[in-house]
Ligand binder design. Structure first.
Ligand code: PEP
Length: 243
């Protein structure tokens, strides 16, 4: 069984002082059972890499090009060079705020894996999709569109994040999480054969210390992608322990 993952997405939060939080977490988990991935804003990546913690430091996005005239963007090659191990791609906030399509995410997946980084690809339905009974169709469509030909299953993590559960304190019931994760697993196995069994599928959306153990025990849930509760060691520590 591949190790579970506890991944923190700091979004546009944190400061140089946040290194103290990661130091505290590393002290509490010098050899974590799960893989811990911390994804701060770009400027904080070097400071967190320099802590030499047992954690993978990741980014929250990247461009699909190696270099060039792309003001404000960051290449996966540079992320690799400064010590990143993973990149979150296709987060619903990027799909909504920056108009990212699955086709664009697919180009980023190729570039990310070519640079030697793990792609954490996010999918998830809106509340209107769920109310309209379109959850599985939407998620399967995003998966098909976001995973390009040539995707390396060994450098791939999927995060199922219902958009309506992100930052809201609301979560699907366990059976609903199980249903979507099972469908994602089926899709991955159909696409990658036996290797599809090994791809970690994370749940994201209002994971907290109080619900992490229960959610991580659901079949095909291989850990979590955590936003708000990844910002302090008090909250993220118990979630790491649960994974
Ligand atoms: C996220 O944005 O990836 C996320 C899951 O956020 P939160 O845990 O705050 O719902």
């Amino acid at each position: 069984m591949p190790r579970k993952i506890a991944a923190g997405n700091w979004k546009m939060n944190g400061s140089l002082a946040s290194t103290a939080m990661v130091e505290a977490l590393a002290k509490a988990f010098p050899a974590p059972e799960c893989e811990v991935i911390v994804c701060p804003p770009f400027p904080l990546i070097p400071a967190l890499v320099n802590l030499n913690s047992p954690f993978t430091i990741g980014a929250q996005d990247c461009h699909f090009s190696e270099s060039g005239a792309h003001t404000g963007d960051v290449s996966p090659q540079l992320l690799k060079e400064i010590g990143c191990g993973a990149v979150i791609l296709g987060h619903s906030e990027r799909r909504a705020d920056h108009g990212e399509t699955s086709a664009l995410v697919a180009r980023k997946v190729t570039a990310t894996q070519n640079a030697g980084l793990t792609a954490i690809v996010c999918v998830g339905e809106t509340e209107a999709d769920r109310d309209g009974g379109r959850t599985l169709k939407v998620v399967e469509g995003q998966l098909a569109g976001s995973l390009p030909d040539g995707t390396d299953p060994d450098a791939l993590v999927i995060a199922y994040e219902p958009v309506w559960a992100i930052g809201t304190g609301r979560t699907p019931v366990n059976d609903e999480i199980a249903e979507v994760h099972a469908a994602i697993r089926d899709t991955l196995e159909a696409r990658f054969g036996g290797q599809g069994k090994e791809i970690r599928i994370l749940y994201g959306g209002s994971v907290k210390p109080g619900n992490a153990s229960e959610i991580f025990a659901i079949a095909n849930v291989d850990g979590g992608l955590v936003g708000g509760a990844s910002l302090t060691a008090e909250d993220f520590g118990p979630i790491v322990a649960a994974a």
